[in-house]
Ligand binder design. Structure first.
Ligand code: TZP
Ligand code: MG
Length: 201
C-alpha cells in the first residue's frame, strides 16, 4: 500500500480543519488526555473533514473510538499493542501503523502484520519524551531493508531543510509535529511540505 510521503501529527480537529483543505492526504490525530465524549467528538469531526477532502485519518491510541467512528488507520505504540485488539481493528477494516525504536520492537511490530512501521526519533525532538537517542539516517536504510515493501514512516525532529536525507535513505513518509504546528505560519509551511514532498509521492 502506498502512503502519502508527508503527514502532520496534530492534537485537535481545529488543526485538521486548518491543514487538510490545503491538500494534506494523510494526517494523524494524536490526542493524549481528554474526556471520552469530547475525544469521540474530536475524532468524528476530524474524520468528517478528512472524508470531505479525500484525506486518510490516522487515530493515535484510541482504537475503539477509531473503529466506532469508521476511521482509516489506527496508530499504536509498543506499549499499546498488548491492550489493543488487533483482530478487531482489522475486522473493522482499519489499517494499523506501529511505532518502533529498536530491533526488538521492530520484531514485535512485524508480528502484528502492520500496514506501516514508524521509526523515531530520527533527530532530537522536543515534542515527545523518549528514552531512545536520535536514531540517525543510517538506521532508516537498515529498517527499510528488513521491512521491504512495507511503508516506513520516519519521525522526530524532521524539518523541511533536512527531510531529503530521510527519503534518500529509504523512508517512504515523513511525519511531522513542530515543524508544521510550531511554525509562525503553519498553513504556508504545510504548502511547502506538500510541494517539497511531491517528488516522493
Ligand atoms: N514519536 C517519535 S518522535 C515524536 C513522536 C510522536 C515527536 C515528533 O515531533 P517533532 O516535533 O516533529 O520532532
Ligand atoms: Mg500510544
Amino acid at each position: 500500500m502506498k502512503l502519502d510521503p508527508f503527514y502532520p501529527l496534530v492534537d485537535s480537529s481545529g488543526w485538521i480543519e486548518r491543514l487538510v483543505p490545503l491538500g494534506v492526504k494523510l494526517v494523524q490525530l494524536r490526542i493524549k488526555d481528554m474526556p471520552e465524549a469530547e475525544l469521540r467528538r474530536e475524532i468524528a469531526v476530524s474524520n468528517a473533514i478528512c472524508e470531505d477532502h479525500g484525506c486518510r485519518l490516522i487515530v493515535n491510541d484510541h482504537w475503539q473510538l477509531a473503529i466506532e467512528e469508521g476511521c482509516d488507520f489506527v496508530h499504536l505504540g509498543q506499549e499499546d499493542l498488548a491492550d489493543a485488539d488487533v483482530r478487531a481493528i482489522r475486522k473493522a477494516g482499519l489499517r494499523l501503523g506501529v511505532s518502533t525504536h529498536d530491533g526488538e520492537e521492530l520484531e514485535t511490530a512485524l508480528s502484528v502484520d502492520p500496514d506501516y512501521v514508524a521509526l523515531g526519533p530520527v533527530y532530537p525532538t522536543g515534542s515527545k519524551e523518549l528514552k531512545w537517542a536520535p536514531q540517525g539516517l543510517e538506521k532508516i536504510g537498515g529498517w527499510k531493508r528488513q521491512i521491504g515493501g512495507l511503508p516506513l514512516v520516519a519521525i522526530g525532529g524532521l524539518t523541511l531543510e533536512r527531510v531529503s536525507g530521510v527519503f534518500e535513505n529509504g523512508a517512504d513518509v515523513a511525519a511531522v509535529i513542530s515543524d508544521v504546528t510550531g511554525n509562525r505560519d503553519p498553513e504556508a509551511r504545510t504548502r511547502e511540505w506538500l510541494s517539497l514532498t511531491e517528488k516522493w509521492r
